[in-house]
Design a protein around this ligand. Structure first.
Ligand SMILES: *Cc1c(COP(=O)(O)O)cnc(C)c1O
Length: 351
């Protein structure tokens, strides 16, 4: 089966070899306080900065998932109130998780066909603005220029960005926000169980002002430990090792992005040519590059998913309430050209 699920998604072909190497070289039982592990963590951070163009001033932390990052932000960075801009299920989940910890959280929702207008988004309340850069559930994205605009109009807020299904696939302008996070089982093509939390100097300062130290994953504790290339708990050492090996093997993000954007526009062209299919959003300014979401009638969607399966292709299910009327195509870097060609041929014969 060729996997087009947008997470957990197809992993890189070399992963089984890397796991074998990990077993051979003692990574599987590596002590997380050992010099070897500290060197691995350090090298992985260097590789992340190099390949993804993460600024030297930003601190990179290892967590277990994007969901954990939602909670870390809620516990460690919100002073009074967060404001959640979203148009889909993951943005809403982030809002709900935050509300459970900080009940004052506010939501400011928008439509899937709507491009956010920064000039309408100056907030006099709240102190953290939460944006889902790539909404995996409906295939829309918030471009970097818009995140910049929101940051400029809200200089006293922290801007927090969920980039779970875009980090590793498209270039993110890290300077345009303060906190970025992702988990590795999407665009990074790795098995699940590891998250990344990337923090600007302003975030470290805020964490100190908030002063939360009551959780194992409190940001202050994590920042203190990562200075020694360690974590507060025993981390997913194998996950970190696999991330290191994958990063070593991939080109810089600009090059990956060119490929991903080209592929996205090819998928979009094909979808636009098929009368019975539509992109879930009709606004090309908000279309995701990494998760293509396609809508049709319930009958048609059922048929396409079944036919795809027969052809050896596993399309991404529609997410949540969109399940009966949409399917999704992960446009992630680990998917190879032969697989993409097979999907394109399959799509091209749909009437
Ligand atoms: C998948 C996803 C998450 C959740 O990731 P976990 O690793 O399961 O915590 C959060 N946000 C977005 C946008 C996602 O696509």
């Amino acid at each position: 089966m060729i996997l087009f699920y947008p997470g957990p998604s197809r992993t890189y072909d070399a992963i089984p070899d890397y796991v074998k190497d990990a077993a051979k070289t003692g990574v599987l039982s590596m002590n997380h306080r050992s010099a070897e592990c500290m060197a691995l963590v350090k090298d992985t951070i260097i590789e992340l900065r190099t390949k993804l163009s993460i600024p030297a001033s930003y601190t990179i932390l290892f967590t277990s998932s994007a969901t954990e990052c939602w909670e870390i932000i809620a516990q460690s960075l919100i002073k009074d109130q967060s404001i959640h801009l979203y148009n889909g299920a993951f943005g809403k989940k982030w809002f709900d998780y935050t509300k459970a910890l900080k009940p004052t959280a506010l939501s400011d929702t928008f439509e899937v066909n709507q491009c956010l207008e920064p000039k309408a988004l100056s907030y006099d309340r709240g102190d953290v603005i939460c944006i889902t850069q790539n909404e995996t559930s409906n295939g829309t994205q918030v471009h970097n220029s818009i995140i910049w605009g929101i940051k400029k109009r809200n200089p006293n807020h922290l801007i927090a960005v969920d980039a779970t299904s875009s980090l590793g696939g498209v270039e993110l302008d890290f300077a345009s926000a303060d906190v970025w996070f992702a988990s590795v089982q999407k665009c990074l093509g790795l098995p699940a169980g590891l998250g990344l939390l990337i923090c600007s100097p302003k975030v470290i300062k805020r964490a100190e002002e908030v002063g939360d130290i009551s959780h194992y994953n409190s940001l202050i504790n994590q920042v203190r430990m990562i200075k020694k290339f360690q974590t507060t708990h025993t981390p997913n050492v194998l996950g970190i090792y696999l991330l290191y090996r994958v990063l070593k093997s991939v080109p810089k993000i600009e090059i990956i992005q060119n490929k991903i954007k080209r592929q996205a526009s090819e998928y979009i062209k094909i979808i636009n040519r098929i009368p019975s299919l539509d992109l879930y959003t009709n606004n090309k300014d908000v279309l995701s590059d990494t998760v293509i979401t396609v809508k049709a009638t319930e009958r048609k969607i059922k048929r396409i998913k079944a036919d795809a399966k027969k052809a050896g292709i596993l399309l991404g299910e529609g997410y949540g309430s969109l399940n009966p009327t949409t399917f999704r195509i992960a446009n992630f870097p680990a998917i190879n050209q032969k697989e993409i060609k097979a999907l394109k041929s399959f799509l091209e014969q749909i009437l």
